[in-house]
Design a protein around this ligand. Structure first.
Ligand code: HEM
Length: 425
C-alpha cells in the first residue's frame, strides 16, 4: 500500500500527523519520491507539501502569493519585526539592506580566520593529554564553533572572554526551536524561548548602547559596530532594542543551523558507505584546499540539508503551471511546506541525484533558499563549515566514529543532533 493511500485511509488529523512523522523519520527518501512522482503539490489538512523541483522553484519565486507571514507570527513576540518574516516592501528592503551591509560577503576571509582560531582552540582542548583522543563531535564542536565564531564576529558581550558559553548556546537553540521547529505551537517551547529572549535582549541592547556611546568594540567584532554606524548615518530608525532584536534574530537562526550541518556532514563522511566522499574530503583538507573541501561539504548538504522545507502561507489560491503534469491548486490560506530537500533529489532536474558528485552546477543546490529571502550569510557560512570539517580532518587523520557508537538525533526534535562520539589516535 502506498504512503498516500495509507495516509488518506486514516480519519483523524492526529493519526495522520503521527503516521507522517513516522515516515519522515524512517523513510524520508521513499516518502518524498512517492510525493514527487504522484503528488508534487499535495494538499493535506496539515498543510500543502510542495516537493518537485519545478514546483519548489515556482513557489519560492512567487512571493506575492506565498508569503512569510507564518515566520512573522513566530518571530514577532521573540525578536520583533525581522526580515525573514516580512514580505516585499519598504520595511523589508530597509532591514534586509541593513543586514546585508553588516554581514558583508567581503567578511568571508575574516570569518574564516575567526573560525580557524576557534576550531584550533577546541582541538587543543580535546587533545589535552598525549595519545588517543575521544570526544563528542556534536557537543564539543558542532554547536561550540558557530556559537563562538558568531559571538566574536557580531561582537556579542563576553564574546571574546567566554564564547561558546553553554547558556548562550542553549538560549539561542531554544529561540531557534520555537521559530523554526514548533509547528504545533507547543506553549512550553514558546515560553522557554520567551525566557531566553528576555535574558539575551537586554545584554545586547546594553552593548549596542555602549558602542553607540563610543565604547571601542572587541577585536574581531564587525556586525554590531556596523549596525550602530549605519544607524548614525541615518540608515535606520531602529532604537537600541530594535538593533538588538535584529542581531538576536540572526544569530539565533544560524547557530543551530550550522550545528545541524556540521553533525550531518561529519556523520555522512565518517559512515563507511561514504568512503569516496571521505577520501575527497581528507585529500582537500590535507592540501588546505578549502574550495575543494567546500564542494564536498556542499554535496553532503544536498543529501542532508539542515531544513528539509521552507515555510510559506498561501495568500490566495494558486494553480501551478498548467502545462506541467501533476499540476495542482493550493488552497487559499494553506500552510505550505516548500520542500527544498526533496527538490534537490528530484531525478527530473538533478542529474543522477543519488550519486555523490562534486562537479554539479550551483542550480542543483537549494539549501540556502531561493528567491527574495535567500540566505544573506551564504558566503560566510561555508567558511565556518569548511574550517570545522577541515580542521578536524587535518588534526585527526584517522578520525572515526567510536566503535559501537552511532550518530544520535533528538527523539522529540527529529533532525536535531545530540551526539556523535568519535575517536582518533
Ligand atoms: C549552514 C548555514 C546556513 C544555512 C543552511 C542557511 C539557510 C538559510 C535559508 C534556507 C534561508 C531562507 C529561509 C526561507 O526563505 O524561508 C536563510 C535566510 C537567511 N539567512 Fe541563512 N543560512 C545559513 C547561515 C547563515 C548565516 C551565517 C547568516 C548570517 C550571519 C545567515 C543569515 C540569514 C538571514 C538574515 C536570512 C533572511 C534573509 C531574508 O529574509 O532576506 N544565514 N538562510
Amino acid at each position: 500500500m502506498s504512503f498516500i493511500s495509507e495516509f488518506e485511509a486514516l480519519a483523524e488529523d492526529g493519526a495522520r500527523l503521527a503516521f507522517l512523522g513516522y515516515r519522515l523519520v524512517t523513510d524520508p527518501e521513499g516518502l518524498f519520491k512517492e510525493l514527487r512522482d504522484d503528488r508534487p503539490v499535495w494538499n493535506t489538512p496539515l498543510g500543502t507539501f510542495v516537493t518537485g523541483y519545478d514546483h519548489v522553484m515556482e513557489a519560492m519565486n512567487c512571493h506575492q502569493v506565498f508569503s512569510v507571514r507564518l515566520y512573522n507570527e513566530k518571530m514577532q513576540p521573540l525578536v520583533g519585526t525581522y526580515p525573514l518574516g516580512v514580505d516585499d516592501g519598504a520595511d523589508y528592503l530597509r532591514d534586509a539592506s541593513l543586514l546585508r551591509l553588516s554581514v558583508a560577503a567581503e567578511d568571508a576571509d575574516h570569518v574564516q580566520a575567526l573560525a580557524d582560531d576557534v576550531v584550533q582552540g577546541l582541538i587543543a582542548a580535546v587533545r589535552q593529554t598525549p595519545g588517543p583522543v575521544s570526544f563528542d563531535l556534536v557537543k564539543d564542536f558542532a554547536y561550540r564553533v558557530p556559537t563562538q565564531v558568531l559571538a566574536r564576529y557580531f561582537g556579542m558581550p563576553g564574546g571574546a572572554e567566554s564564547p561558546g558559553d553553554l547558556a548562550l548556546r542553549d538560549g539561542l537553540d531554544a529561540i531557534f526551536c520555537d521559530i523554526f521547529d514548533n509547528l504545533t505551537n507547543n506553549d512550553g517551547l514558546h515560553q522557554a524561548a520567551m525566557t531566553q529572549a528576555g535574558l539575551l535582549l537586554p545584554i545586547l541592547e546594553q552593548e549596542i548602547a555602549e558602542i553607540g556611546a563610543g565604547k571601542v568594540p572587541v577585536a574581531g567584532a564587525l556586525v554590531i559596530p556596523r549596525l550602530v554606524a549605519l544607524r548614525a548615518a541615518g540608515a535606520t530608525s531602529r532604537d537600541d532594542l530594535g538593533l538588538a532584536q535584529l542581531v538576536l534574530g540572526t544569530i539565533a537562526g544560524v547557530v543551530t543551523t550550522i550545528a545541524i550541518v556540521v553533525a550531518n556532514v561529519a556523520n555522512m563522511l565518517l559512515t563507511a558507505t561514504n568512503a569516496s566522499a571521505l577520501v575527497a574530503a581528507r585529500t582537500a583538507a590535507t592540501a588546505n584546499d578549502n574550495d575543494a573541501l567546500w564542494l564536498v561539504v556542499r554535496e553532503a548538504m544536498r543529501f542532508a540539508p539542515p531544513a528539509g522545507f521552507q515555510l510559506r502561507y498561501a495568500e490566495r489560491a494558486y494553480t501551478f503551471d498548467l502545462d506541467n503534469p501533476g499540476t495542482t491548486t493550493v488552497n487559499a490560506n494553506a500552510r505550505v511546506l516548500v520542500c527544498v530537500g526533496s527538490a534537490m533529489l528530484d531525478e527530473r532536474r538533478i542529474p543522477s541525484p543519488k550519486e555523490f558528485r562534486t562537479d554539479r552546477g550551483a542550480e542543483d543546490y537549494l539549501m540556502f533558499g531561493v528567491g527574495m529571502h535567500r540566505c544573506l550569510g551564504r558566503f560566510i557560512a561555508p567558511k565556518i563549515l569548511v574550517s570545522t570539517i577541515g580542521g578536524l580532518l587535518r588534526a585527526f587523520p584517522d578520525l572515526q566514529i567510536a566503535p559501537g557508537k552511532r550518530f544520535e538525533q533528538d527523539m522529540i526534535r527529529p533532525g536535531f543532533p545530540v551526539s556523535l562520539p568519535v575517536v582518533a589516535e
